[in-house]
Each structure stands twice: as structure tokens, then as C-alpha cells.
Design a protein around this ligand. Structure first.
Ligand code: ZN
Length: 51
């Protein structure tokens, strides 16, 4: 019998503060064509352009 490897569940984490979705709500977005995850706390920073 061949063991079917579970598809590695890519753990979502905020791209800004690296917090996981089990600690805070993460929202998915797109940055230059790549999917990114941002938590609700870092989202306002992105909206206001924290550069
Ligand atoms: Zn964050």
C-alpha cells in the first residue's frame, strides 16, 4: 500500500507580523500577483501605506 502524503497544509501567517490565523483573523490579498495574508491589525497599516 502506498501512503498518500497529505498535501502540506501551508500555514497562513500575516506577511507583516507573521501572526497565525489561530491567533488573529487573517485576510487574504494579492501583492504583485502573489497571494498574501494580512491580519486585521496590520491591514490598516497597509491601507495607509506604512512606507
Ligand atoms: Zn499582522
Amino acid at each position: 500500500m502506498t501512503e498518500t502524503a497529505q498535501p502540506e497544509n501551508e500555514e497562513k501567517a500575516c506577511t507583516v507580523c507573521s501572526i497565525k490565523s489561530d491567533e488573529r483573523i487573517l485576510l487574504s490579498g494579492e501583492d504583485k500577483g502573489k497571494q498574501v495574508w494580512v491580519c486585521v491589525r496590520c491591514l490598516p497599516i497597509l491601507i495607509h501605506g506604512g512606507h
